[in-house]
Design a binder for this molecule. Structure first.
Ligand code: AMP
Length: 280
């Protein structure tokens, strides 16, 4: 496994790969868990070569505290990647990427960035777009892999690729969960025991929503889920929305010919957790 720290070195080495070979890119922020590994293994199965990037991208954090507390486990990450036979790892510094000018490019994501995560984390998706576009330009992958755990991010990146006509395929990967349903996340390691025990309420609520989806109206579903969170001492609901998968705009009425997902963001102490589920 080759590890690159500079843009020059990764470009130079990847340019030696013959064009007939496919290259899969899996962008991550490190603190790798089984969810990341499932995506990387899928990329390994579907490509001749795979590169994983590990970069805690400062421009996508709206709160400096969250950035400061983001778990970093580089040594363990590299060991895991070595064990699953990843070909390349790119671990640039912030200076290497931003040249000491840590600001985002501004994007037009056709309104997809104005709701849910975008509404609650100002500038988040401009930061995501900035780093993902840069990685695409540096690495020039055949395919890039993103998890449905961050479904809004996935749709926004698909939109960016389409609008800019970038020559690559975006591959969506299903959500990996702990046995009790909690979606795997690097942030889960920051939960204390009581918070960790309470956290599966997020997935249980999504399952309940799926069960009620075609039977009850959206107001009833939202009220009953909000009530459950109100009764839980460890979780504060930031938002719960049912949204059309294409527009991502929160829906109040259901058109049975369209596809919908339910989305949750909740705080457990200072740890922010998100999850979502397909409803139909
Ligand atoms: P992150 O390191 O959190 O930026 O995640 C890197 C990639 O892994 C993103 O495309 C995420 O959507 C994806 N990912 C993170 N957690 C999971 C999970 N539990 N299941 C599937 N994909 C995930």
């Amino acid at each position: 496994m080759k590890v690159f720290k500079t843009v020059d070195s990764v470009k130079r080495n990847l340019s030696n790969i013959d064009e007939k070979f496919s290259l899969g890119l899996v962008p991550t922020m490190g603190a790798l868990h089984e969810g990341h590994l499932s995506i990387i293994k899928k990329a390994i199965n579907e490509n001749d070569f795979v590169i994983v990037s590990i970069f805690v991208n400062p421009t996508q954090f709206d709160k400096t505290e969250d950035l400061k507390n983001y778990p970093v486990t580089l040594k363990a990450d590299l060991k895991l990647l070595e064990e699953i036979d990843c070909d390349f790892v790119f671990i640039p510094s912030a200076d290497e990427i931003y040249n000491s000018n840590i600001v985002s490019e501004k994007f037009d994501f056709k309104g997809l960035d104005k709701v849910m995560e975008g509404e609650h984390r100002k500038g988040h998706f401009d930061g995501v777009g900035t780093i993902v576009k840069m990685l695409f330009e540096i690495i020039k992958p055949t395919r890039a892999y993103f998890g449905e755990k961050d479904f809004q991010q996935l749709q926004i990146i698909k939109t960016m690729v389409e609008l800019k006509g970038l020559p690559l395929q975006v591959v969506a990967c299903e959500i990996f969960r702990e046995k009790d349903g909690l979606a795997m996340s690097s942030r889960n390691t920051r939960l204390n025991n009581a918070q960790r025990e309470a956290a599966p309420l997020i997935y249980r609520s999504l399952l309940k929503c799926k069960e009620l989806f075609l039977e009850k109206d959206i107001k009833f579903i939202k009220d009953s889920i909000e009530n459950e969170f109100n009764e839980n001492a460890y979780l504060n609901l930031e938002y719960f929305e049912i949204a059309n998968v294409k527009s991502l705009s929160p829906s109040t009425n259901i058109n049975k010919n369209e596809k919908y997902r339910a989305f949750i963001a909740a705080f457990s102490g200072t740890v922010r957790l998100i999850d979502n589920i397909a409803l139909n």
